[in-house]
Design a protein around this ligand. Structure first.
Ligand SMILES: [Zn+2]
Length: 542
């Protein structure tokens, strides 16, 4: 039969070709599936989470609990195994405060704000005021403001930000490093045994005005039980003008102190006056839950995808709208998480790395849900964390970004994924905001797990930077972060597709992401993967 070879040979060629590209075909199909996610499906998660009925989803509130229940139901509805991970939070709120420094009263709210981490009831403390420069002690930039000075029981007065803001050739220039964050200053003051810490507020160093400080420090402060063991019992901010007037007529001029604080040989300076702080504290315990859904993989290792479900709740002191709906922050990001879960739940694909979908609570209160999750996980099992945060909801972007990926081999992988999806890999434009340290990817990174905040690009195809508009003076952290049915949600769809692209890259190559070099923040313990490559010294010891 003469025709047989003619038929068979092309079939054999076709079959061999198909076998070779099966993995890529499956990956390609999954990515195409993201293009077909319907607007209604994408909207549904944002619309529900940001509804007024959820009252801004603060942890420990009815709305927060509803958000937890919703994610649990959503994951189960997709056919995933879902469970709650309950944890306890301690809340502290100042009922009254009076403060005096150098014999002069400081007006609560106008000149000083803060919180007292301690039991319910009256408190009072006193200590010598010591200026500790930027309050930074790290080998990464060969910087030590403490110089082993005994600061136990002192009231530390500390600058926020880092010296790179003023001297562009040290630290990371104007990009805010972890060591510039006020949260870090408290950690370091804790290690020094200080009694209290007062952060000096200026708009350029804080990145926001006194109003923002006053608003965000006037409510309740939440802590995980593990964070309460030590640390300065009073943490607060003082206005620069007030500090300046306190120093008037004394030995020290604030500008001279500032100039000293930009030198490596800086030492803490006793300011020669005492600070007295007293007040009344209200405290309570509340319950919160992360929601965790899993798809197991054959390797025993997993990729954790995350997004926070909480937002800022409701402010009953406000006239008019009181609800912080958090539609973009973080309803849109939870929608991205849910859609990646949906794509994989429906694909029924065999996985090498398992997928854990983590809906975190209490991010806005200090990444507490993610910290709790990481504290209970074995970092050796987690190959990477892909976090979604304030995901773009607007028109298509020609770009993508992955904040934090630059520290690990995730960057190279994502460059390939972006190219495959026709997107430009762009750096994040708001590195002065320190956002990598301010969302749920950070506790993973600190535990030694390569992590990033993955997103469609900031710019739309029309060239408008909608994400920067949102963060800088837009609806971010205001009652105006509300769901808009007119959103095109192309950026959200692109973000889902990028995550699927990265997951597929990891599944098919089976590569485990590694740090490129020493990351520019302290790691809790040894990084699981070790430092694999000294790399160019891009971010430290410049
Ligand atoms: Zn957020």
């Amino acid at each position: 039969m003469k025709w047989l070879p003619i038929i068979l040979i092309p079939m054999a060629v076709f079959a061999a070709g198909a076998a070779a590209v099966t993995g890529n075909d499956a990956s390609g199909r999954l990515q195409e599936r993201c293009d077909r996610l319907g607007k209604g499906q994408l909207q549904s998660v944002i619309e529900f989470l940001s509804a007024d009925a959820l009252e801004g989803r603060a942890p420990g509130t009815r709305g927060g609990e509803l958000a937890e229940n919703y994610l649990h139901a959503l994951f189960k509805g997709l056919g995933l195994r879902s469970r709650f991970q309950p944890f306890t939070l301690h809340g502290f709120r100042l009922a009254a405060l009076s403060a005096a420094a150098g014999g002069r009263d400081l007006a609560f709210g106008e000149e000083i704000v803060g919180s007292h981490v301690g039991p319910e009831g009256e408190f009072s403390l006193e200590g010598d005021a010591v200026f500790a420069g930027f309050g930074i002690r790290t080998e990464l930039w060969d910087w030590d403001d403490y110089k082993q000075t005994d600061l136990r029981g002192k009231v530390l007065v500390v600058r926020v930000n880092d010296p790179g803001l003023f001297l562009p050739r040290i630290f990371d220039g104007k990009a805010l490093t972890y060591f510039g964050r006020w949260t870090y200053k408290i950690e370091e003051a804790t290690r020094a045994g200080a009694r209290a810490i007062l952060l000096i507020h200026t708009t350029p160093t804080a990145g926001y005005g006194w109003d923002v400080v006053r608003n965000s420090w006037s409510g309740e402060e939440l802590h995980l039980p593990a964070d309460l063991d030590q640390g300065p019992v009073f943490r607060g901010w003082v206005r620069e003008d007030s500090l300046r007037s306190l120093l008037a007529g004394r030995r020290f001029d604030l500008d001279r102190l500032y100039a000293r604080s930009l030198r490596r040989d800086f030492r803490p300076v006793d300011l020669g006056f005492k600070v007295r702080i007293s007040g009344r504290n209200a405290s309570r315990t509340l319950a919160a839950r992360n929601v965790i859904a899993e798809l197991p993989g054959s390797s025993g290792k997993r990729i954790v995808l995350s997004a926070h479900i909480d937002h800022l709740g409701r402010d009953e002191r406000r006239a008019g709208d009181q609800i912080f709906n958090g539609a973009i922050d973080n309803g849109a990001a939870v929608a991205a998480l849910a859609m990646v879960a949906k794509v994989y739940a429906e694909a029924g694909r065999e996985l090498h790395f398992g997928l854990t979908f983590l809906a975190c609570q209490a991010e806005e209160a200090g990444l507490l849900g993610a910290k709790h999750f990481v504290s209970r996980a074995d970092p050796r099992e987690i190959v990477a964390n892909i976090n979604f945060e304030s995901t773009p909801v607007w028109e298509k972007s020609p770009d993508m970004f992955a904040e934090g990926a630059q520290y690990s081999t995730l960057e190279g992988m994502l460059r390939k994924v972006a190219a495959g999806q026709g997107l430009n890999y762009t750096p994040f434009s708001m590195s002065d905001q320190g956002l990598f340290f301010r969302s749920d990817q950070f506790p993973f990174a600190q535990a030694g797990i390569p992590a990033c905040w993955l997103s469609a690009g900031e710019r739309t195809v029309a060239g408008r930077n909608r994400l920067a508009e949102f963060f800088k003076g837009g609806a971010y952290h205001t009652v105006d972060d509300e769901f808009d049915p007119a959103w095109e949600l192309q950026g959200l769809r692109q973000t889902v597709k990028l995550a699927v692209g990265l997951i597929e890259h990891l599944q098919t190559t089976r590569a485990i992401p590694l740090w490129k070099g020493r990351p520019p923040f302290p790691l809790a313990g040894e990084p699981r993967l070790g430092v694999v490559d000294s790399g160019p010294d891009l971010w430290y010891k410049k």
